[in-house]
Write a protein that binds this ligand. Structure first.
Ligand SMILES: NC(=O)c1ccc[n+]([C@@H]2O[C@H](COP(=O)([O-])OP(=O)(O)OC[C@H]3O[C@@H](n4cnc5c(N)ncnc54)[C@H](O)[C@@H]3O)[C@@H](O)[C@H]2O)c1
Length: 354
């Protein structure tokens, strides 16, 4: 029987792409999602892609459950208790930075409680391997580039969303340590994502933000497709080559592959707490991204320079060497592929999954 992996938040942007990578690798999958920021259409499309790619023996189940409802969540673990979950990839969480400042309690409650429920159920049902979706935002106001996993975290985080990631990393570390000397040790892999963009090359799945996008590239692609008039560029007086903010963009398929690497890495490490940056190590400015998207889409992308956004830093890019050395993972796709695939998704689905 194929090992089964539980993907919390697996109907979302990064989760749905990771499902494809894991199906290709022969895993059985259970997705748990309450669809607060996603739709079952993404899972339907994943099935189509699996068929298009000729993946055999697809075993993909979906449970629509709010993980904060522990009793309902426990039923999922019970349902799969024969065979169980060989590992969990924990994507589920609320992720809009601005919203997290307006509604911090909602963010702390959802992101922390769903994690606590998950860990206690994993313990009860004896699943002891977890990959956690963290973020470069835990590095707060780091100024020295590139950012390594040893760069200080916690200081200078400017929003509640980022603090939930920082807190969850702490919870996972304490918990893993408490199990180290027992007969049932845990393996925990924390993946700190830089800026995921792009889509599966088929254009059938992609990022589908509800309301105005918080991140640059979904906004840029909505301008390209005519859904929004212009892009607001937050500041052009940063200390960067063209004055606009520089970030490390990573293709979502590369990022998804990092989760498979993390699972196989933990196969060899029954007791470990590891942290990896997932980025390309390249920094691109807002204006670099705009012109790359103009090239990919053949559309003009209008923009206006507006004030800086509080909390934004000039430059942020990763040192992703540790993931390469220890997990054998590295990003393979470049800016052209990111924009080509984002455009394939956006142009075929101008209104997302609607
Ligand atoms: N996309 C990014 O730029 C980025 C960057 C760094 C980290 N991350 C993290 O990666 C993870 C996945 O991000 P994404 O971009 O795919 O986001 P997403 O919103 O598309 O996916 C998250 C999924 O979790 C589900 N969810 C939320 N709360 C839940 C709950 N209580 N019970 C069950 N399901 C719940 C949502 O419905 C959604 O499908 C998140 O934890 C996010 O914080 C994302």
């Amino acid at each position: 029987m194929a090992p089964r992996v539980l993907l919390t938040g697996g109907a979302g942007f990064i989760g749905s792409h990771t499902v494809i990578i894991l199906l290709r690798a022969g895993y059985a999958i259970t997705v748990v999602d309450n669809l607060v920021n996603s739709s079952l259409k993404s899972v339907e499309r994943v099935r189509e892609i699996a068929a298009d790619e000729g993946i055999e023996g697809v075993d993909l189940d979906v449970e629509v459950v709010d993980m904060c409802d522990k009793a309902a969540f426990e039923k999922v673990f019970e349902k799969y208790s024969v065979g169980g979950f060989s590992a969990v990839i924990h994507f589920a969480g609320l992720k809009a930075v601005g919203e997290s400042m307006a509604l911090p309690l909602m963010y702390y409650e959802n992101n922390l409680i769903n994690t606590m429920n998950l860990l206690s159920l994993m313990e009860k049902f004896d699943c002891r391997r977890i990959v956690f979706s963290s973020s470069a935002t835990v590095y707060g106001a780091a100024t020295e580039m590139p950012i390594t996993e040893e760069t200080q975290t916690g200081a200078g985080i400017t929003n509640a969303y980022g603090r939930t990631k920082y807190m969850i990393e702490g919870i996972l570390s304490d918990f893993q340590k408490s199990k180290e000397k027992t007969e049932k040790p845990w393996s925990v892999t924390v993946l700190r994502y830089f800026n995921p963009v792009g889509a599966h090359p088929s254009g059938k799945i992609g990022e589908d933000p509800s309301g105005p996008p918080n991140n640059l590239m979904p906004y840029v692609s909505q301008v390209a497709v005519g859904r929004r008039e212009f892009l607001s560029v937050f500041g052009n007086d940063y200390d960067t080559p063209d004055g606009t903010g520089v970030r490390d963009y990573i293709h979502v398929m590369d990022l998804a592959a990092g989760h498979l690497s993390a699972i196989t890495y933990m196969d060899k490490k029954p007791s470990v707490y590891s942290v990896f940056n997932l980025g390309t190590g390249n920094g691109y400015s807002v204006l670099n991204m705009v012109s790359a998207m103009e090239k990919a889409s053949g559309k003009e992308i209008k923009y206006k320079i507006v004030d800086r956004r509080p909390g934004d830093i000039a430059t942020c890019y990763a040192d992703a060497e540790r993931a390469k050395v220890e997990m054998g993972w590295e990003a393979k796709l470049g800016l052209d592929e990111m924009c080509r695939d984002l455009w394939a998704w956006q142009s075929a689905n101008p209104n997302g999954f609607e």
